[in-house]
Design a protein around this ligand. Structure first.
Ligand code: DC
Length: 241
């Protein structure tokens, strides 16, 4: 990874209220890119997908995932906390840590259905916007460039081919010794792409003023370099507050 240029160090210390928003489909490398940027700049990293996953996990565990009114009631009642520590987003629901449990294939299989419930989205978007008010945040998800932070200082739409995204996700499962196959992972990604992009409320789509970037052929380091150049350009125009 490139050394941090002087300007970025200056910017991260002096500037306030910078919002960087990254959207894209599952496996497009959003999380890796957003985490790298947040760590380099000393910004808060907001993984909005983790919030939808946490609601989904609790709904499945409580046996209410098919009961929409019960899911909405639960989403309004629970206390959700995200803590970004040492490159990992730790997720807590009512002070119970659910960091690992939200990444299972059961949650993967249900999260797109839960996240198309408008009342659930409204609840989570409210929390996300509140976090954005503090500024100096890198947010990633499906609607952070369009709905949550439409006035973000930098908006990126990251994409990669379905086969590359499948390989990346498959490796994550293999690294955790979770048995699955290329076909299973690909089918889940295709299903989620279809639901996330086709839903009526806040569908995954490129904002008109977002920079679209296909990183299929790039390593995470090359990906980071491209984004880092863009951030440098944007931050140069920002005056210290
Ligand atoms: O980024 P991820 O794969 O962890 O997201 C999990 C799911 O959450 C994704 O399939 C759709 C949903 N999601 C959403 O609807 N809006 C967001 N801003 C983030 C995620």
């Amino acid at each position: 990874m490139q050394p941090q240029p002087y300007f970025l160090i200056f910017a991260s210390q002096m500037l306030k209220k910078i919002i960087i928003a990254i959207d894209g489909p599952a496996g497009s490398g959003k999380s890796t890119a957003a985490k790298n940027i947040a760590q380099k700049l000393g910004f808060t990293y907001l993984d909005t997908g983790a919030m939808y996953r946490a609601i989904t996990f609790i709904a499945l565990r409580n046996g209410i995932a098919e009961n929409i009114p019960a899911v909405i009631e639960m989403a309004r009642r629970i206390k959700l906390k995200l803590r970004f520590e040492n490159g990992v987003t730790r997720v807590f629901v009512d002070d119970e840590e659910v960091t690992e449990q939200i990444r299972t294939s059961e949650v993967n299989g249900k999260v797109s259905d839960i996240s198309r419930i408008p009342e659930v989205r409204a609840e989570l978007v409210k929390i996300q916007k509140r976090m954005g008010e503090e500024g100096n945040i890198v947010a990633e998800g499906r609607d952070v460039t369009t709905v949550v932070f439409p006035k973000a200082d930098l908006k990126i739409f990251l994409t990669a081919s379905i086969d590359i995204r499948t390989k990346r996700r498959l490796k994550e499962f293999q690294d955790k010794n979770i048995p699955t196959t290329f076909e299973e992972v690909k089918a889940n990604l295709e299903k989620r792409d279809r639901i996330d992009s086709g839903r009526e409320i806040s569908p995954l789509k490129k904002a008109d003023d977002a920079i679209e970037f296909d990183n299929s052929a790039l390593t995470p380091e090359q990906d980071y370099e491209f984004l880092h150049k863009k951030i440098d350009e944007i931050l140069k125009d920002k005056k210290p507050s």
